[in-house]
Design a binder for this molecule. Sequence first.
Ligand code: SF4
Ligand code: SF4
Length: 126
Amino acid sequence: MDNKRERLIDLYRRMAEHTAQECAAPSEFGCKRAFACCHPAICFTVIAWAKEKWGVELAPTGHERLPLMGPDGCIAAPHLRPTCSVHACCMVEYGEKPGDPDWTRAYAELLAEIKEIEDPKDQLMR
Ligand code: SF4
Ligand code: SF4
């Protein structure tokens, strides 16, 4: 595997951990409805992207609504679901995490590093 791919895997893993903190955070900016951000159309896009870009076959889990949702959350590794990994409700709603500039700065730095290699939105432009 080339260096850019290894770097992407690491960056998306760190980004997914960073955004997941916010989903779990018991604050007014935390999740109001778990996995409300997920949509079956995104799962199908991820299945196609994982196969095309990474040669990974993702098998649907049988979840009633979300093809890639397993008992412990999404079964796709963070680099296989770029748009999901970089999604954070606070960034969509406010463009920042209100009251936490350190979190917002770390988010922006990770996203900038990812964008040096690929735009996460490329997954949606196929
Ligand atoms: S991204 Fe938003 S809706 Fe999705 S789990 Fe996190 S806080 Fe909840
Ligand atoms: S996080 Fe997983 S289950 Fe949710 S939309 Fe993305 S691929 Fe589907």
